[in-house]
Design a protein around this ligand. Structure first.
Ligand code: NAP
Length: 246
């Protein structure tokens, strides 16, 4: 019960990696605010947590909407108390070659994946500073570190998250707050569902681990970085990819 009594916010908690992160925190005693685009999308994760004896509440929010973030995070703090751990996991792709990319596909991906994390971090930092403790974990991607053809918007948003992570770590470190990133490799979720079997087979062959990742692989790394005893780790990016980019 490493997170007993801690209020944890997980964005993108309705499915995939975020759902797994929310379940893992709840299993360790946290009160989990499960955020998705619509409150009903987050309800399934909350039901699973409550059925297992945990505590969670669902919230609906577009993380790129500044006013909505301020309103919903105030509601979360009112319902569950000061946020001790923030996991910026909400994300989307609008993949195509840059030659064909529409400006709105660039804007939407940057707004959700990067501006969203800026807004939510801003919403929790006052409370964490007052408490003189806090953990922020941003879900970046290996393509933010290494680049990816057909994903200039997505990889730029994920690289931007790494800059945000390091700068927040520098700004808030003296207040007992850490900010780290995780760069997942290919994880089996809705986001990677449509990748061709050929592509998946190559990713498996190239990874020393010899398999694609599971959402639970990322959840375990998030809990490690969010744990009280990880207070001397900050501004880092942990690649959780089965060794794909070694
Ligand atoms: P996913 O299955 O597609 O789930 C995306 C989640 O983000 C959903 O909960 C979705 O909520 C939420 N979301 C999307 N737009 C949002 C918005 N504007 N406001 C609030 N929530 C929003 O994705 P995933 O594969 O679990 O990925 C989770 C994170 O890991 C993402 O940041 C992704 O970029 C990153 N990642 C994934 C992989 C991978 O291989 N899967 C690899 C590297 C990094 P709704 O259900 O309401 O739409």
């Amino acid at each position: 019960m490493r997170f007993s009594g801690t209020t944890v916010v997980v964005t993108g908690a309705s499915r995939g990696i975020g759902r797994s992160i929310a379940l893992a925190f709840a299993a360790e005693g946290a009160k989990v605010a499960c955020v998705a685009t619509k409150v009903e999308n987050a309800q399934g994760t909350v039901d699973a947590i409550v059925a297992a004896g945990g505590e969670a509440k669902p919230y609906g929010l577009d993380v790129s909407d500044s006013a909505a973030v301020a309103e919903v995070f105030a509601q979360i703090e009112g319902d569950l108390g000061t946020v001790g751990v923030l996991v910026n996991n909400a994300g989307l792709t609008r993949d195509t070659l840059m030659m064909r990319m529409k400006d709105e596909d660039w804007d939407r991906v940057i707004d959700v994946n990067l501006k969203g994390a800026y807004l939510t971090t801003k919403a929790v930092m006052k409370g964490m500073m007052k408490a003189r403790t806090g953990r922020i974990v941003n879900i970046s991607s290996v393509v933010g570190v290494h680049g990816s053809a057909g994903q200039v918007n997505y990889s730029a948003s994920k690289a931007g998250l790494l800059g945000l992570t390091k700068s927040v770590a520098k700004e808030l470190g003296s207040r007992g707050i850490t900010c780290n990133a995780i760069a997942p490799g290919f994880i089996e979720t809705d986001m990677t569902h449509d990748l061709s079997e050929d592509f998946k087979a190559r990713a498996i062959a190239d990874a020393p681990a010899g398999r694609l990742g599971k959402p639970e692989d990322i959840a375990a790394a998030v809990l490690f970085l969010a744990a009280p005893e990880s207070g001397f780790i900050t501004g880092q990016c942990l690649e959780v990819d089965g060794g794909l980019f070694l």
